[in-house]
Design a protein around this ligand. Structure first.
Ligand code: 13P
Length: 341
């Protein structure tokens, strides 16, 4: 298969009606932070046990078309010795890999940050591909503040995303491009809209400059929301209207799919917002889907609590969340469904 056919085949497997992506690519400090409240210790073995529980969930492939893995997980096996990437492939789920190396302060732009990891990226991608990964993810982060993000921050972060995406495509790996505008702060919905618009505008300008083929990428943006500390919360209808407005202004129709991050929203809220977008807006040029980490895993972690005996209950919790988000892909989720067994 030539590179273009390979990218096209991966996109076709990743973007399917009624399905989305599970983000299970927490770095070592982040997974420790997620395990702590449920009383689980983070060791190589507990991380392996937890993630193999996730990926062996019966029927997961009905609603999940791709999983983003952390580098360590790509080298781990399920209890029966099958590599975890292979466990996913057996469920018709495409394995992917987080390839950025985390963020540092951006020099010259106080309050803004920049993600590292471009050095040696092509070589690393070849290794990951040999281990079964077919797509990658890179995240840039934008905090909203009185002076942030700065134009320098917006431009520098866009450049990183575009350079990463171009390297991925040359290696036959589909890039997920993730510019995350954080929910932290007391900013208004309108302010969030303006920041997202500026960020996405710069990202697509940079992708164009770096000759990234839009048909073979997935965008992973934030939803447009008021900050966590803002006095009023937005309804799913307000979030849907503001988010689709920004996406229509900035994302070319050639992009096949937009898979939102959950960014600290509760599981039901993340599902409701996505469902409302799909219910209210038909005929959009891209699929609107999910690539949730916390919003898919929170109930699973609570049911598991680090105890192997809770495996079935934890898998049931993941199946239920994945199923509800699958319905949200069609705009068919209702809050009452949370109560169903
Ligand atoms: P959340 O859905 O928890 O925001 O995680 C998605 C992700 O991959 C962040 O990089």
């Amino acid at each position: 298969m030539d590179i273009e056919d390979e990218l096209q085949a991966t996109i076709a497997d990743m973007v399917q009606p009624g399905k989305g992506i599970l983000a299970a690519d927490e770095s070592l400090p982040t997974i420790a932070k997620r395990f702590k409240p449920v009383g689980a210790e983070s060791t190589e073995e507990t991380r392996r046990a937890y993630r193999s529980l996730l990926f062996t969930t019966p029927g997961l492939g009905e609603f999940i078309s791709g999983v983003i893995l952390f580098e360590e997980t790509l080298g781990q096996c399920a209890d029966d010795g099958t590599p975890l990437a292979q466990v996913l492939a057996q469920q018709n789920i495409v394995p992917g890999i987080k390839v950025d190396k985390g963020k540092i302060p951006l020099a010259g732009a106080p309050g803004d940050e920049i993600t590292q990891g471009l050095d040696g990226l092509a070589e690393r991608l070849r290794v990951y591909k040999g281990q079964g990964a077919r797509f990658a993810k890179w995240r840039e982060v934008y905090a909203i503040g009185e002076r942030n993000p700065t134009q320098l921050g917006i431009d520098a972060n866009a450049e990183m995303l575009a350079r990463y995406a171009a390297v991925c495509q040359e290696e036959g790996i589909v890039p997920i491009v993730e510019p995350e505008v954080l929910i932290d702060g007391d900013h208004s919905l309108q302010h969030c809209l303006e920041v997202n618009e500026a960020v996405l505008h710069a990202v697509f300008h940079a992708l164009h400059r770096h000759r990234v083929v839009l048909e073979y990428m997935v965008l992973k943006p934030s939803m447009v929301l008021p900050g966590k500390l803002h006095p009023t919360r937005a309804t799913p209808e307000q979030v849907a209207a503001a988010t689709v407005k920004v996406l229509r202004r900035t994302v070319p129709a050639a992009v096949p799919s937009i898979n939102f991050l959950s960014g600290g929203l509760g599981p039901a809220e993340a599902t409701a917002n996505l469902s409302t977008m799909n219910a209210l807006f038909s005929g959009l040029p891209w699929a609107l889907s999910f690539s949730y980490g916390r919003a898919l895993q929170e109930p699973v972690l609570q049911a598991w609590a680090g105890n192997a005996e809770n495996r079935a209950a934890a898998q049931q919790a993941l199946y239920q969340r994945a199923r509800l988000n699958g319905l949200a892909r069609y705009g068919k989720y209702q809050l009452e469904m949370e109560e169903e067994p």
